[in-house]
Design a protein. Structure first.
Length: 372
C-alpha cells in the first residue's frame, strides 16, 4: 500500500508579487471608501497655501536707512508700521587691502567689501538711490534678491560714472537676501567686490539676541599666487575655471582675526547674518567650538533646523544662525571646505570673554610645556 501526500504548490515569486499588489489595491480602495469629509478637510488644511503678496496699503512717514559696514548690523526695527525708507548707496572703486602686503582694486557698494548692510521691515516702501562716483571706470547697477521687479532693480539702476539712478520697491518677502552688481560682465563686477546683504525683517521681528554680526564669504581671482605681494589684478581665466586664489570672510584675509575679531561674552546669545557672494563656490559654514542652536536655512524666516554643526550656503544665498556662548575662548569661523580656511583665507574669529565654566569644558590631562 502506498501513501500519496498531496501538497499545495509553493507560490512563485511572480504569484507572491501579484498577491501583494492586489492586497495593496484593496487597502487603498477601503481607505478611500472610508474617508470622511473631516479627514479630507484635515488633508487640505495641512497644505500651505501661499497668497499672492500685495504692497502695503498704508505707508506712514519716511526715514533714511542707517547702513553699516561689516561686521556691524543696523539696530533691530522697533516700529510697528510700514514706512518709506530712503537708501543712499554710493559705488566707489578704490584700491584696498586683500592680504598682508597684497592690494586689489575693489569695486564697492559704500566703500567697503562686502557692501553696506541694509535693514528694512516687511511692507516698507524702499526708495533706493544709487550713485556712481565720478572717478569710476565703469557703469554699475544693483540687483537685490529681495526685490520683486525687473532684474531685481538692475534694469532700472544702470548708472554711469558721476550719475545717479533712483527706483522704488515694496519689501514684500521677509528674509535675508544678497544684492550685487549685474552689469556685464556680471562675474567680473561681483569678483571685484560688488555685493552685500539686505535684511527684510518680518513684521513680528526676530527673536531677541544680545549681539548680531554681518559675515559674508567671497572669492578673489588673481594671476599671482596666494600671498604674492603688490597690487594684484583680476584674472578672468581663473574665474571661469572656478580656481580662486583667495576665499575670504568680509573682504580680506584676517578681516575678523586678531584685533579685528568679533567680541562676545559668556552667557550671551549671538546671531550671525551669513552670506555667500560667490561668485562660484558654495560655503560650508562652521564655527569651531560651537553648535548652531537655530539655523534659518537659505535666509528664510523660519528656524528650520536645530543643533547643527555645519550649514551649506549657496553662491548668491544666505543663512541666519543663532547660538549661545557658554565658554570663554576664541571661536573660529571657517568654510569647512578646509583648504579654503587654512590656505586661502576663509577664517574669522569671535573672541569670548567672561567667567569660565569648567563644567562646559575642562582639560583633564594634556601636553604640558616641553612636550611632557
Amino acid at each position: 500500500m502506498s501513501l500519496h501526500l498531496h501538497r499545495t504548490p509553493r507560490p512563485t515569486a511572480l504569484t507572491q508579487y501579484t498577491i501583494a499588489l492586489l492586497l495593496a489595491l484593496l487597502a487603498l480602495l477601503l481607505t478611500v471608501g472610508c474617508r470622511t469629509p473631516s479627514a479630507d478637510a484635515a488633508v487640505t488644511s495641512s497644505r500651505v497655501v501661499v497668497p499672492v503678496r500685495a504692497p502695503s496699503e498704508e505707508i506712514v512717514g519716511q526715514e533714511v536707512a542707517v547702513l553699516t559696514e561689516a561686521p556691524n548690523v543696523p539696530a533691530p526695527i522697533t516700529r510697528t508700521h510700514a514706512t518709506k525708507v530712503i537708501v543712499n548707496l554710493d559705488v566707489v572703486e578704490k584700491t584696498m587691502r586683500l592680504a598682508d602686503s597684497v592690494s586689489y582694486n575693489m569695486w564697492t557698494f559704500g566703500g567697503s567689501v562686502p557692501g553696506r548692510f541694509i535693514r528694512v521691515r516687511e511692507g516698507d516702501l524702499v526708495e533706493l538711490h544709487l550713485k556712481n562716483d565720478k572717478t569710476s571706470s565703469m557703469p554699475h547697477n544693483i540687483d537685490l534678491h529681495a526685490v520683486t521687479g525687473p532684474g531685481g532693480g538692475a534694469k532700472s539702476s544702470m548708472t554711469l560714472p558721476g550719475g545717479e539712478s533712483v527706483f522704488t520697491f515694496s519689501a514684500l518677502n521677509p528674509g535675508l537676501y544678497v544684492y550685487h552688481c549685474a552689469t556685464a560682465p556680471i562675474p567680473m563686477h561681483m569678483a571685484n567686490g560688488m555685493y552685500g546683504m539686505i535684511l527684510v525683517e518680518p513684521k513680528t521681528g526676530l527673536p531677541k539676541v544680545d549681539r548680531e554680526f554681518y559675515v559674508m564669504q567671497s572669492e578673489f581671482y588673481t594671476p599671482g599666487k596666494y600671498g604674492d605681494k603688490g597690487l594684484q589684478p583680476f584674472d578672468m581665466d581663473k574665474g571661469i575655471d572656478e580656481r580662486p586664489t583667495y576665499v575670504v570672510l568680509n573682504g580680506s584675509v584676517g578681516a575678523m582675526t586678531g584685533e579685528h575679531a568679533l567680541q562676545a561674552k559668556v552667557g550671551e546669545r549671538i546671531r550671525l547674518f551669513v552670506g555667500d557672494a560667490g561668485p562660484n563656490l558654495t560655503s560650508s559654514f562652521h564655527v569651531i567650538g560651537e553648535v548652531f542652536d537655530n539655523v534659518y536655512q537659505e535666509g528664510g524666516t523660519l528656524a528650520t533646523q536645530h543643533n547643527v554643526q555645519t550649514t551649506l550656503i549657496p553662491a548668491g544665498g544666505a543663512t541666519i544662525v543663532e547660538f549661545g556662548v557658554e565658554k570663554k575662548d576664541d571661536l573660529i569661523m571657517v568654510d569647512h571646505s578646509i583648504f579654503r580656511a587654512m590656505n586661502k583665507g576663509a577664517m574669522g574669529m569671535i573672541h569670548v570673554t567672561g567667567e569660565d565654566n569648567p563644567k562646559v569644558f575642562a582639560v583633564v590631562k594634556g601636553l604640558v610645556g616641553g612636550g611632557h
